[in-house]
Design a protein around this ligand. Structure first.
Ligand SMILES: [Ca+2]
Ligand SMILES: [Ca+2]
Length: 314
């Protein structure tokens, strides 16, 4: 017997979650998209999977949440030789690397850091790289990876902008010379009192005044116009000018004096006695003795003193 079916038979519709989500840097294997279907994800070559590799079509008609990602397996290309040009810096990045020419080099073919050639800074019009406001003459010299500015004597700095303070070196001028700094140079001059010599080699005064026997000198200065006064030692008498002066020639003026030893001349005669004078000059001593039959009373000697001349000084 055939059972009659109701006109409104119940029907079922299978949930369909539709196209599953796309995984960046990966791919999926979806055979079915209906309820309870499972989609398996995999990562592209060179990537590593983190998380759940599958999703399921739920009874809500949606896929379960995709909880996976593919992370690149990075290789540090910069550790390998020849990744970049030898005049380039290599920077590793996730999954890649970057080459950049070092300062002073430029990639000639426009491929960053693969063909880095020296930049000729000196070829720029107007000597741009070595120019300075003072506009001194200068020379730009190109070198590999850079350039140098050759400065005029007396100047320094990357653009020759800095004066050298030559006077900081005490040997720049000669001894006793004054050093004066100027921009790009310096000068030396012999100061007052040191009139002689070459200021770049040394300036001189009259130096130590002459020393004489039996003469005392009083020298407090040896520079230009200084005076040295001489005195005779005890027992000597000065004749002439007693001083010399430091001239602008660097020499002392001539000595126009001499010291002559005092001479007491003939010693006094002792009545009824003798004397044995062998010398009559300063500090000489004369011994007296009595004729036979006479007796000496008092000191038997006299000495030539510094207090006078002739007979008065005995
Ligand atoms: Ca260069
Ligand atoms: Ca200077």
């Amino acid at each position: 017997m055939v059972t009659a079916h109701s006109a409104t038979q119940p029907s079922t519709t299978l949930y369909d979650c539709q196209d599953p989500p796309v995984l960046q840097n990966g791919f999926r294997n979806a055979i079915s998209t209906t309820y309870n279907a499972t989609v398996i994800y995999s990562c592209n070559n060179g990537y590593t999977m983190f998380g759940e590799s599958s999703i399921t079509c739920l009874d809500t008609g949606n896929w379960s949440e995709l909880l996976v990602n593919c992370t690149i397996n990075d290789i540090d290309e910069c550790l390998k030789r020849n990744t970049c040009h030898y005049n380039a810096n290599c920077t590793n990045t996730d999954g890649s690397f970057k080459c950049e020419c070092q300062n002073g080099y430029r990639d000639q073919v426009g491929v960053g850091g693969q063909r880095c050639a020296d930049v000729d800074e000196c070829a720029f019009d107007g000597d741009f790289f070595c120019m300075h406001a003072l506009n001194q003459t200068r020379v730009c010299v190109n070198i590999d990876g850079g350039y140098v500015c050759v400065c005029n004597k007396g100047l320094t700095g990357s653009k020759c902008e800095t004066d050298i303070i030559e006077c900081n070196d005490t040997t720049t001028c000669g001894p006793h010379a004054d050093c004066t700094n100027t921009h790009g140079g310096y000068s030396c001059a012999c100061p007052d009192g040191y009139p002689q010599g070459n200021s770049y080699l040394g300036c001189f005064d009259c130096q130590d005044p002459p020393v004489l026997q039996n003469v005392f000198r009083n020298a407090t200065s040896t520079t230009y116009n200084a005076t040295v006064i001489y005195s005779c030692n005890n027992g000597y008498t000065m004749f002439g000018e007693n001083c010399i002066t430091c001239l602008d020639t660097g020499n002392w003026s001539d000595m126009l004096f001499n010291c002559v030893i005092k001479d007491c001349q003939n010693p006094p005669v002792l009545q009824d006695g003798y004397q044995n004078a062998t010398s009559t000059t300063y500090n000489s001593t004369v011994i007296y003795s009595c004729k036979p039959g006479y007796r000496m009373i008092g000191d038997n000697s006299i000495t030539c003193l510094n207090t006078g001349t002739g007979a008065n000084c005995w």
